[in-house]
Design a protein around this ligand. Sequence first.
Ligand code: CTP
Ligand code: MG
Length: 217
Amino acid sequence: MSAVALVVAAGRGERLGSPGPKAFVMCGGRPMLEWSIAALKAVPEIGHIVVALPAGVEAPVGTTGVVGGDERSHSVRAALHHTLAGDPVLVHDAARPLVTPAIIRATLAGLDPQADAAIAAARVTDTIKEGDRGTVVRTLDRDRLWAIQTPQVFRREVLERALAQPHEVLAAATDDASLVEQMGGVVRLVESPRENLKITTPDDLRLAESLLAARRT
Ligand code: CTP
Ligand code: MG
């Protein structure tokens, strides 16, 4: 198997409030993106890494850079269209620098013959309630809830079809797997540690810094 990895790093990071693009903010002594690239490079099943980047930014060593799009899914599509081969296709957010080779390999292994996709996900520990204008509507059954992460692994043909949907459909999707779900695809959940968090706000960045520092000791 030679999988291809697409890393999306073209976002602005508005909620982080950093001066430059989020993927290049320093985190644990390196630009955030470099952690994900190092983890992907350590996975023998991955043959090629394509990174969607802001315009004018150089790709990390050993990867191919493409210019990303206005929405996350457009960046995924730009990277996918740059690769002619490679199946399955793994999609990863540069905003998750705590990903490990073990998480990546487990997600790849989760794509069984009957599945269209396999996605890293953490069990939810909070009680989750649905609300409407400040009032509880219902309490969801926590045992069935998963907090979805990346990596997400897709059969190439499935991801191509998912990303061929109209602009509004893509813009409304917060992850790629939901596009596959809407098409009736089979998406497997691969249990992953909560530590594989997404950096959105300054406190996420502080937490990631301390988790990365703890790994070194
Ligand atoms: N991303 C991308 N292209 C976009 C938007 C997002 O490649 N047009 C990438 C980001 O670089 C990030 C991942 O998608 O690695 C998840 O997006 P998010 O966490 O929302 O990052 P940003 O869009 O950069 O942050 P914000 O929404 O706060 O501006
Ligand atoms: Mg965003």
